[in-house]
Design a binder for this molecule. Structure first.
Ligand code: AMP
Length: 219
């Protein structure tokens, strides 16, 4: 089963994606994580992507599409993927449909995690992430037990450069102005389901699983 999880930065998408993928037994593929890994490893792709990411801009479609399609064609993705952060544009969505189609696969379900903009801004300004595994904390609402240290793996917590200052506003503008076009694209395919992301973590997880089951019944 191939699922797309759409949500603005700070919507809880990363946390929910990790849980969902584990409970469905499919691979969690996050385009932002793939870019950050490429940057850490100092690859050519990482160097190109960094300029855009640091400014809160989208990385060009050609770089993004080839990176993600390459990743999902690897053997560990054969039983299904949960895509997080990709696609973000119509060009990417079309390229994804074509790429999956060539492999005899398709997207089964597209979930939109809906959270109001004022809630997103508050969450993002307090967000810290662990260096080792990208576990997410919030100094206001979900602090670690020891300040600055991940509860789960003991690694250092950091605030992403694009979670600070103007880059936050720019990323939310991009989401609300541009990424929303994807809703029409997937609604026309009859695959879109909206889920209320402004609830507790457990409630959101339950709502997402319910939406996936509804979507399975429709197939
Ligand atoms: P994320 O972790 O999903 O917030 O992604 C971090 C940054 O990586 C974004 O602000 C973009 O600069 C870049 N990025 C991630 N996914 C995409 C995508 N599908 N298309 C273009 N840029 C992306």
């Amino acid at each position: 089963m191939n699922i797309i999880l759409i949500g603005a930065q700070g919507s809880g998408k990363g946390t929910q994606a990790q849980r969902l993928a584990a409970s469905l037994g499919i691979r969690h593929v996050a385009s932002g994580d793939l870019f950050r890994k490429a940057i850490d490893e100092g690859t050519e792709l990482g160097q190109k992507a960094k300029t855009y990411i640091d400014q809160g801009k989208l990385v060009p479609d050609n770089l993004t599409v080839s990176m993600v399609l390459g990743r999902i064609s690897e053997p560990d993705c054969a039983s299904g993927v949960l895509l997080d952060g990709f696609p973000r544009t119509i060009v990417q969505a079309q390229a994804l449909d074509e790429g999956l189609g060539r492999a005899g696969q398709r997207i089964d379900c597209v979930l939109y995690l809906e959270v109001p903009r004022n809630v997103l801004l508050k969450r993002l300004s307090g967000r810290y992430i662990c260096k080792a595994n990208q576990h997410v904390y919030n100094i206001n609402t979900r602090p670690p037990k020891v300040p600055g240290i991940c509860d789960l793996d003991g690694s250092e917590l950091y605030q992403r450069s694009d979670d600070r200052g103007e880059a936050v506003q720019k990323r939310l503008d991009i989401f609300f102005n541009e990424t929303v076009h994807l809703f029409d694209y997937y609604a026309n395919q009859g695959k879109l389901a909206a889920v209320n992301g402004n609830q507790g973590i457990e409630e959101v997880a339950g709502s997402l699983l319910k939406a996936i089951n509804d979507c399975r019944e429709d197939v």
